[in-house]
Design a protein. Structure first.
Length: 265
């Protein structure tokens, strides 16, 4: 049965429903599809779709999120491709849209992430499962916001995602929204992911600097490097998946962020 859906870029996407040959080209959305209970329907993922680990080992990889293997995707004959505006390359998506149904998410806050979960649940005939995940996420983040207020968490923060040059999460990003919901105020007021050197970062006077585990794998040695340039800030390593994966990983993020709040208190 042919059905039409509208993606988060407000594009109409039509395909035979429910889809039986799905390629997911975004790690957090790949994890979501399996969490929703899909098994044989997912036929291709990217090399960064590492969760769930058992599926990652056995699935066909169609390249990276920014550099897809278009010929391999063609050979798999998907009846639905699920991508994301920020994570995927526009030229790749335009090529694929000319040949296949491609549903795109566009997420910059928790509310849009929950909307995407609901919409993807509808796409793949798993609406009750998606609603349950959203129930857990909504309840969890409501509690986190309440706890942040009760604990008096109110710190100026910088969140680093890359080194060489240093890049930070700015406004209009999903990471910024997650920080805000945990009582943290981003010192970076520019949009997206600006580059700053340590002197510029020091001038913003962050009380807290979070070094993400992805996409750049920050380690303990990087704390020492930055601490020398910004001696007054508390610098911590954090699990980047808990701040930037916007699918079912948000359920796990609630517990992680609960414990992080306790460390900041």
């Amino acid at each position: 049965m042919l059905r039409q859906f509208t993606d988060q870029l407000h594009r109409a996407v039509s395909f035979n429903y429910p889809p039986k040959r799905i390629i997911s080209i975004v790690p957090s959305q790949t994890e979501l599809l399996f969490e929703l209970g899909l098994k044989d329907e997912v036929i291709g993922i990217t090399k960064f779709c590492v969760h769930p680990a058992a599926k990652f080992k056995t699935m066909t990889k169609v390249g990276g999120t920014k550099k897809l293997n278009i010929e391999l995707i063609r050979s798999l004959k998907p009846d639905l491709i699920i991508g994301n505006k920020e994570e995927n390359n526009r030229e790749d998506i335009e090529l694929l849209c000319a040949e296949f149904p491609v549903w795109m998410s566009d997420i910059s806050n928790l509310e849009e992430a929950m909307a995407a979960i609901s919409q993807i649940g509808a796409l793949v005939d798993r609406e009750p499962e998606a609603a349950y995940l959203n129930h857990l996420i909504s309840a969890g983040f409501t509690d986190l916001q309440t706890l942040a207020l009760e604990r008096g968490i109110d710190k100026k923060v910088a969140y680093l995602i890359w080194k060489g040059p240093y890049m930070l999460a700015g406004k209009n990003t999903f990471i910024d929204d997650i920080l805000t919901k945990n009582g943290l105020t981003n010192v970076v007021k520019e949009s997206r992911y600006p580059e700053l050197d340590p002197e510029q970062l020091q001038a913003l006077q962050p009380e807290l600097i979070l070094l993400s585990s992805e996409p750049y794998p920050f380690r303990e040695k990087h704390i020492d490097e930055l601490q020398a340039a910004i001696p007054d800030a508390k610098i911590m390593l954090v699990d980047g998946e808990m701040f930037s994966w916007y699918g079912s990983r948000l359920v796990k993020a609630v517990e992680y962020l609960f414990h992080l709040q306790k460390e900041l208190n």
